[in-house]
Design a binder for this molecule. Structure first.
Ligand SMILES: C[S@@+](CC[C@H](N)C(=O)[O-])C[C@H]1O[C@@H](n2cnc3c(N)ncnc32)[C@H](O)[C@@H]1O
Length: 623
């Protein structure tokens, strides 16, 4: 029986697959240091395939690089033996919701989500630390255990978190930030749908680096535009040079064909339309009758109602033919000015124009400012000073309007979730347009200082604020929505990153000593529940973490049925053939058992046979 691998995918393997697809002749085999055969790339051959277009060695080339880039590439590709443990107590509507709140370092979370959400996310919005010198960066190091790392780096905060302030004094100001963001963006790209897009908020300090880095990761041809968000309500008079009134939002499509949705018309946009001639078609705007490009029948003169004759000015041409212009005139669609003596304009009716093309300047009146977001947080947490750097929900709602659909169930991911504004905005916009967008929030359980207001109010970490915000915002939206709220999903399943459910020794059987064999006999950590194992199986098999789960007791054993027959899982010991037959008759697509679940070895051998006979399509695995 095959075993589940129980660790995040090794992305080097995925890269080899991609090369194999393009150049199958460049894939060969050799033995690794332990003498085990493995697939490798014949680089000499690949070099020949690309001979005319290679740059190697010290030759000059155009690239963005920094000390630590190689480490960042390795970090992105390395697999981790971690898992996501469900936390039902902290969730809302655990059984039915399609939303997720994942607590942990986003690098680890992105690795764990690689199989399940590969190519599934419609919109990624992130608001990472801007590297202002005061925001914190998480130091990634998975090859050392925590203690060794902390001793080496001598950077341990009072709660033992591996957080380091990236102050200019550390001499690698930009490098540390780039090393932090690179693997996260690289992994995030894999999750984007082919028609998906990523929006990244950033400040003055790193905007230039972020643009270059994203060009590398997402492809320069997929760069869409940079939005300017007016975040300040008033100038900061203490600024030494300029008061920084705006943030940037970089937009990349997964593909160059990505097009934003048009925005609903606003009162301001409509206010420029009028109806001076009381046209029964309603308000209109005079449109230019001339064009710059020569049009085949673009040169003629026409006589207006008062007998005056008009021709295009030198170098310009009529936009439409003479016949068309006369036809429109007969339909009262041409405006000759209040006295009938002006050059003709083509009426553009408000009732006929579509939605608005999005503009790159995002004004505070439309999407809110820093003050708006502070007030929003304050209205949800009236008695607590809870979170310093939230974004306005309207700002994120605008992104949701541009890059997601009200029909269907688009997935929206924010892996620097902070106070979970994105989750709030998703619920809000779904309430407004009846959509079914789903959110995935990822937030580090970054500890609040004991002297902070949030800590005193009972919130130990930013993740706790994020969850509580979604609970409160969801409740408020439902109250405001009244009866229509029944179908609105304001729930979320909480997961927390933790070490694998399997004992560490399980990962290094080569190093197993005789005395450790007993330990190996029960390879699952004693504090892990069946639900923990179940979700590790979800990750391994790439199953949606929001699928519905039913639990049944059959012959005294607990059996999970996921999405009725997508997965059947039983993690009890002492399973006999009778039970396996009953389970196989349910014909699940996948079935999983503990490796040590069976009364004796002959049962284990027979399991696959029983399934082959009674449910040949079931994929059976063990953990
Ligand atoms: C600028 S804030 C985001 C604010 C958010 N947009 C809002 O409206 O509340 C950045 C957040 O990223 C979190 N963060 C930093 N490093 C992280 C990591 N490695 N994994 C997950 N979250 C992280 C920080 O704790 C912080 O809450």
């Amino acid at each position: 029986m095959d075993k589940l691998k129980m660790q995040s995918p090794n992305l080097v393997d995925a890269n080899i697959d991609k090369i194999a697809e393009l150049f199958p002749n460049c894939i060969t085999e050799d033995r690794d240091d332990n003498g085990v055969l493995r697939r490798v790339v014949d680089f000499d051959l690949l070099r020949q395939e690309l001979s005319a277009s290679l740059v190697e060695g010290p030759r000059e080339r155009y690239t963005l690089t920094w000390p630590g880039k190689n480490e960042a590439i390795l970090t992105a590709n390395a697999p981790i033996a971690k898992t996501l443990r469900p936390c039902e107590e902290e969730s809302v509507d655990f059984a039915t919701t399609r939303n997720l709140f994942i607590e942990g370092d986003n690098l680890e979370v992105l690795k764990l989500l690689q199989e399940t959400y590969l190519g599934k996310v419609k919109l990624i919005y992130i608001d990472p630390p801007y590297n202002t010198g005061n925001d914190f960066i998480y130091e990634d190091d998975f090859s050392e255990d925590t203690e060794t790392f902390l001793r080496r780096s001598n950077q341990k905060d009072e709660t033992g978190n591996r957080l380091v302030a990236n102050t200019e004094a550390n001499g690698r100001f930009h490098s540390d930030w780039l090393t932090m963001i690179y693997p996260r963006l690289k992994l995030a790209r894999n999750l984007l749908r082919e028609d998906g897009a990523i929006f990244v908020s950033i400040g003055e300090v790193e905007v230039a680096n972020l643009r270059k880095l994203c060009d590398q990761i997402f492809g320069e041809q997929n760069y869409v535009s940079t939005m300017i968000w007016e975040k300040a309500d008033s100038p900061r008079n203490s600024a030494k040079q300029f008061s920084e009134d705006h943030d940037f939002i970089l937009v990349y499509g997964k593909n160059a064909e990505w097009i934003p949705n048009r925005l609903p018309r606003t009162e301001e946009a409509n206010s420029i339309y009028s109806n001076p001639d009381k046209d029964p078609m309603g308000e209109w705007l005079p449109g230019d009758p001339y064009a710059n490009k020569p049009y085949t029948k673009g040169l003629y003169s026409i006589t207006g109602p008062t007998g005056r004759t008009f021709s295009p000015p030198p170098g310009r041409f009529w936009r439409i033919s003479e016949e068309k212009l006369r036809e429109l005139d007969s339909q009262n669609r041409i405006w000759w000015g209040p006295t009938g003596n002006a050059r003709p304009s083509i009426k553009r009716y408000l009732s006929e124009v579509g939605n608005l093309v999005p503009r790159t300047l995002w004004k505070k009146e439309e999407v809110g400012s820093n003050r708006t977001s502070k007030n929003e947080i304050r209205s949800l947490f009236p008695n607590e000073e809870s979170f310093d750097t939230p974004k306005p929900t309207k700002l994120i709602e605008r992104m949701l309007r541009l890059a997601t659909d009200s029909k269907g169930d688009d997935i929206v991911l924010d892996f620097f979730s902070g106070s979970a504004t994105t989750g709030h905005a998703v619920m809000q916009i779904n309430a407004e347009d009846g959509g079914n967008r789903q959110f995935i929030m990822v937030q580090l359980p970054e500890a609040y200082e004991e002297k902070s207001e949030a800590y005193k109010a009972g919130y130990k970490t930013i993740a706790e604020i994020g969850k509580e915000r979604i609970r409160r915002a969801g409740k408020k939206i439902k109250e405001e929505l009244g009866e229509k709220a029944n179908s609105l999903d304001t729930g979320f399943r909480v997961f927390k990153v933790d070490t694998s459910n399997l004992k560490d020794v399980y990962y290094a059987p080569d190093e197993l000593k005789q005395g450790q064999l007993d330990m190996f006999a029960d390879h699952i950590k004693p504090d892990r529940r069946p639900e923990d194992l179940l979700f590790q199986v979800f990750l391994d098999w790439g199953l949606d973490l929001t699928l519905p789960i039913a639990k049944e007791t059959i012959d005294g054993k607990t059996v999970f049925f996921v999405d009725s027959n997508a997965l059947l899982a039983c993690f009890d010991k002492g399973i006999n053939e009778e039970l396996v037959k009953k389970l196989a008759k349910r014909q699940p697509l996948r079935a999983v058992f503990r490796d040590d679940a069976f009364g004796n070895d002959s049962v284990k051998i027979n399991i696959e046979q029983i399934f082959k006979l009674l449910s040949p399509h079931t994929e059976v695995k063990a953990i």
